[in-house]
Design a protein around this ligand. Structure first.
Ligand SMILES: NC(=O)c1ccc[n+]([C@@H]2O[C@H](COP(=O)([O-])OP(=O)(O)OC[C@H]3O[C@@H](n4cnc5c(N)ncnc54)[C@H](OP(=O)(O)O)[C@@H]3O)[C@@H](O)[C@H]2O)c1
Length: 219
C-alpha cells in the first residue's frame, strides 16, 4: 500500500504500488502457506494469478523450498456470484483452485478446479463456514490477499492472526481505495489495535509485521 494507506486507485488500478523486491518477498509468504485466500473482485479487477512463481526463485529461496517437497498452495477464491469463468487467466495456471460458491455453474472445469458450496449469509458466502471447512481440511496457514471489503471484514471480526503490510513511499490520495473498510468505528476506543512484531526495509519499501492487540471474538 501507499504511505497514505491506499491499495489501489479509484479505477482499481494497483499495478504496481510496491517494488519488485516487495513482490518477490510476498512470493515467499505465499510459498509457505497452505492456502492463498482471495476474492473474485480482486481477481476480476487485477486479472491476478495469485500463484507461486517457483521458477523465478533464487538459489537461497530454493534451498528453503526444495522442489522435492514443495507443494503449491491451494488458491481459495470467494465467488458467490459465479463471476469467475474458465476463460480467466488464473484458471490457466497450475495448482489447485477452489471456487467458493453458493451454487454450481454450468461450465466444464479442468481437473484442478473445484467448486465448493458454502452456506449463505446476507447473500454472501458465510465466512465462518468457509474457515471451518479449511480447519476440517487440516489447513491452518491461510495467506489472505484481498481488497478493502474482505480485509476489513476479516479484521473487524478478529479473524486475522498476523498482518503483513508493504508500504511504498508514495501517496495515492483520498480517492484511492483504502487498506480496509471498517464499519462502526466512530470513537478511538473502537479502533483495532496492533503490536509491531517486525519492521524492515525491502528495496525502497517497508515491510511491517503486526499482531492484533485485542483478541475478542465477535462472531
Ligand atoms: N495492493 C494490494 O496489495 C491489493 C491486494 C488485493 C486487492 N487489491 C485491490 O483491491 C481492489 C478490490 O477490492 P474490493 O474491496 O473490491 O474486493 P475484495 O475486498 O478483495 O473482495 C470483495 C468481495 O469479497 C467478498 N466479501 C467481502 N466481504 C465479505 C463478507 N463479509 N462475507 C463474505 N464475502 C465477503 C465478496 O465476494 P462475492 O462478490 O463473491 O460475494 C465481495 O465482493 C482491487 O482494486 C484490487 O486491485 C489490492
Amino acid at each position: 500500500m501507499s504511505i497514505d494507506g491506499r491499495i489501489a486507485m479509484k479505477t482499481g488500478e494497483s499495478k504496481w504500488i510496491t517494488s519488485k523486491y516487495a513482490r518477490q518477498d510476498v512470493q515467499k509468504f505465499r510459498a509457505k502457506s497452505s492456502v492463498i485466500l482471495s476474492s473474485s473482485s480482486t481477481i476480476l479487477t487485477d486479472n491476478s494469478l495469485l500463484n507461486v512463481r517457483y521458477k523465478e526463485f533464487d538459489k537461497h529461496t530454493l534451498s528453503i523450498f526444495p522442489k522435492k517437497i514443495f507443494q503449491h498452495p491451494i488458491r481459495v477464491i470467494i465467488d458467490s456470484q459465479n463471476r469467475i469463468t474458465p476463460l480467466h487467466k488464473i484458471i490457466q495456471t497450475q495448482g489447485k483452485i477452489w471456487l467458493i460458491r453458493l451454487k454450481y455453474d454450468q461450465y466444464l472445469w479442468p481437473k484442478h478446479i473445484t467448486q465448493i458450496l458454502r452456506k449463505e449469509h446476507d447473500k454472501q458466502i458465510n465466512m465462518l463456514s468457509l474457515l471451518k471447512l479449511l480447519g476440517k481440511s487440516q489447513i491452518n496457514n491461510v495467506w489472505i490477499e484481498a481488497g478493502s471489503s474482505l480485509s476489513g471484514f476479516l479484521l473487524n471480526q478478529n479473524l486475522i492472526d498476523e498482518l503483513i503490510i508493504y508500504i511504498a513511499p508514495k501517496m495515492l490520495g483520498h480517492e484511492a481505495k483504502p487498506l480496509c473498510i471498517l464499519y462502526n468505528k466512530l470513537k478511538l476506543i473502537d479502533s483495532l489495535e496492533f503490536n509491531f512484531q517486525d519492521i524492515c526495509q525491502i528495496g525502497p519499501d517497508i515491510r511491517l509485521i503486526l499482531s492484533p492487540k485485542k483478541n475478542k471474538t465477535i462472531i
